[in-house]
Structure formats: structure tokens, C-alpha cells
Design a protein around this ligand. Structure first.
Ligand code: NAD
Length: 325
């Protein structure tokens, strides 16, 4: 049964996926009445990322932290669903400084669930998580019932947040769903992440650091396909359920590096092997048949979407250059 949610609270909406989600909803859902973007504007969020969005009178930006219960309680009132993207999201940073990941990803997610339980039980929450919670998978693909074997502080904090969200659904009968998506790519992704790092370095003709031998495999999903899937889960998903979202589009990092070098007209010799990330997972892969049963399927052709992404970075240097300093 379709549920028409028209007033959305988007935590982390000034980051990569959250901002693209707000953009996708405005473009594809004419019933939408309000999108409240709630974001702490860490190094990963930016008002320039949502400048186009806040010109729409249905979109409001509120500068706030999900760990601030009072501020969060004030914004919950105005929405009928919470799409929870806010997180510390970069694995390398979680290895250097894990405390921020525990605070935002674990405590922040707990705050959202706990406040909804205490003051706003009628809200649906979609908790946005990652395929990394299943850990490295040599063969096959993880279904939603696969054991959680996170191996980085980032993925462990996400697994903890998933379990907290699901425990609130089970114990307090709250309307909470969890999505677990593979690697996203597209516009407005911070240039510390693999694809934008390679694109921006190679556009500038500087070395692009490739971890280890580059054979690690990821499944790449265009951000708009992920946004469409998350919206499908919001409107058609079953309360208390988990939905994997993947694109069946697996590539080794070294192959992606060469595709990007070609699209950037860069010398492939700039792809520079460096010491591997500690505990680097070899491969992630999810079985997405459950979200496909809700009527979703990825729409983007990988090679043309990657070319469009490279073009976006070519044309939006003023967005990414300050983020490289
Ligand atoms: P991002 O780092 O680009 O954006 C995160 C946003 O959250 C930023 O705008 C930041 O300012 C905000 N934020 C951080 N801490 C906050 C806090 N305490 N309170 C309020 N806002 C805070 O991340 P992303 O790539 O857009 O990822 C969004 C979500 O999707 C995350 O939960 C991540 O775990 C998940 N995810 C991402 C990917 C991917 O490939 N990027 C894949 C699977 C799942």
C-alpha cells in the first residue's frame, strides 16, 4: 500500500546523498509539501550543496546536530517522516578518529529513535545504512538476513545504528525501516571519496592514490537510483524491514581508476599504488531482490552515468576545489 508522505525531515540533507535525495523528491514527487533539511554542516556538508534547493519555498534548511535533542525535538513536529542520512561517512577518517563516528552514527541515531518514541510515535523513520555492515564477501551476495560482520569503525558504527533502529521498531512498535546501499556515485560527493578523489586529481593532472593492488571490488549505484529506491522504501516498504539496494554493477577499483583516467583525458601513469588501507575489505555485494519486489530497479547505465559524473566535476570546480584544501 502506498503511503503519501508529504512533509519530510531529511537529516544530513546538506551532504552528498541527502541533498540528491531532496533534489530527487522535488523533481519526482509533485505532492511534496515540505522538505526540512537538518544538518550540522560538518566538513562534509555545505550550504552551497543545497543552494539550488532552498530557492524552492517548500525546502527549509535548519542548522542542527542530531545529537542535540532539544533542537531535534523542535523540528520533528513539522514532518510526517524522517529520512535519516546524517552520519560520519568516510572509512579512512573512522580509522584515524573513530570517536566522532560513535557520537553521530550511534548516539545520533539513538537520539532520533528515542525522541520519536517519546514525542512523535506517528512518524515513519527510514534509517539509511550501508552494505559495509555485512563485511567483506568473497562470493555471492548478502541477503537482508545475512550476519553482520562489520570490519571498520565506520561500518561497525553503522551496524550498531541499524541494530538500535531495529530494536526501537521491535520493542516500541515504531514505524522504522532500514536501507543498506552499495557505493554511490554522482554529483556533490566530497572529493575525499574514491571516485571524486580520482576525478579531481586526474582533471588537475596530479597523482591519484590507489590502495594496494586495486583489486578490491565494489558495486556502484548511481545516487539517483539510490534516492529512487529509498523513496520506494519510504512509500511502499514494510515497517520493521531491511532493504538492500544494489546495482549489480561490480568493478575492481583499478578498473574504475582507468575508466576515470580515460574520461579525464589523463595519463594512466598518474594512477599511483599506495600502501593498502588497514583492514581493507575485499568485496561487498548485496542481493537486492527484496527492494525490486517493491517495484524499483536501477535506471542508470554505468558508463554513461560515470561520464556524466566526470562532466559534472569538470563543470563545477568552484564546488570541489575549496574542499580539497
Ligand atoms: P556525507 O558525508 O556526504 O554527508 C553526511 C552529512 O551529514 C553531511 O552533510 C554532514 O554535515 C551531516 N552530519 C554529520 N554529522 C552530523 C550530525 N551530528 N548532525 C547532523 N548532521 C550531521 O555522507 P553521504 O555519502 O551522503 O552518506 C549519507 C548516508 O548514506 C550515511 O548514513 C552513509 O552511511 C550512508 N551510505 C553512504 C554510501 C555512499 O556511497 N556514500 C553508501 C551506503 C550508505
Amino acid at each position: 500500500m502506498t503511503q503519501p508522505f508529504t512533509r519530510l525531515l531529511v537529516t544530513g540533507g546538506a551532504g552528498f546523498i541527502g541533498s540528491n535525495f531532496a533534489r530527487w523528491v522535488i523533481a519526482n514527487n509533485s505532492d511534496i509539501e515540505a522538505i526540512i533539511i537538518y544538518d550540522a554542516l560538518t566538513y562534509a556538508g555545505g550550504q552551497d550543496t543545497i543552494a539550488d534547493l532552498i530557492t524552492d519555498n517548500r525546502v527549509v534548511f535548519i542548522h542542527g546536530d542530531i545529537c542535540d535533542r532539544k533542537a531535534l525535538a523542535a523540528v520533528l513536529d513539522g514532518c510526517d517522516a524522517v529520512i535519516h542520512f546524517a552520519a560520519e561517512s568516510h572509512v579512512d577518517r573512522s580509522i584515524d578518529s573513530p570517536a566522532a563516528f560513535i557520537r553521530t552514527n550511534v548516539e545520533g541515531t539513538h537520539n532520533i529513535c528515542d525522541l520519536v518514541q517519546r514525542i512523535a510515535q506517528d512518524k515513519r523513520i527510514v534509517h539509511v545504512s550501508t552494505d559495509e555492515v555485512y563485511g567483506s564477501i568473497k562470493d555471492g551476495s548478502a541477503t537482508e538476513s545475512a550476519p553482520l560482520r562489520p570490519s571498520s569503525p565506520y561500518s561497525a558504527s553503522k551496524a550498531a545504528s541499524d541494530l538500535i533502529a531495529l530494536s526501537y521498531s521491535h520493542t516500541f512498535d515504531l514505524d522504522i525501516l532500514v536501507t543498506r546501499t552499495t557505493n554511490n556515485f554522482g554529483p556533490y560527493q566530497h572529493p575525499e571519496k574514491f571516485m571524486p578523489l580520482f576525478i579531481t586529481n586526474l582533471l588537475d593532472g596530479i597523482a591519484a592514490p590507489l590502495y594496494g593492488d586495486g583489486t578490491n571490488i565494489r558495486d556502484w549505484c548511481h545516487v539517483d537510483d539510490n534516492c529512487a529506491a529509498i523513496h520506494q522504501v519510504l512509500t511502499h516498504g514494510t515497517s520493521g524491514d531491511i532493504y538492500n539496494i544494489g546495482a549489480d554493477n561490480e568493478h575492481a577499483n583499478i578498473d574504475i581508476a582507468h575508466l576515470i583516467a580515460n574520461l579525464c583525458d589523463a595519463d594512466p601513469a598518474l594512477i599511483t599504488p599506495v600502501e593498502d588501507r588497514p583492514g581493507h575489505d575485499y568485496r561487498y555485494s548485496v542481493d537486492s531482490s527484496k527492494v525490486q519486489e517493491l517495484g524499483w530497479a536501477p535506471q542508470h547505465d554505468f558508463h554513461s552515468a560515470l561520464a556524466e559524473t566526470v562532466s559534472w566535476y569538470r563543470e563545477n570546480r568552484s564546488w570541489w576545489q575549496p574542499r580539497k584544501q
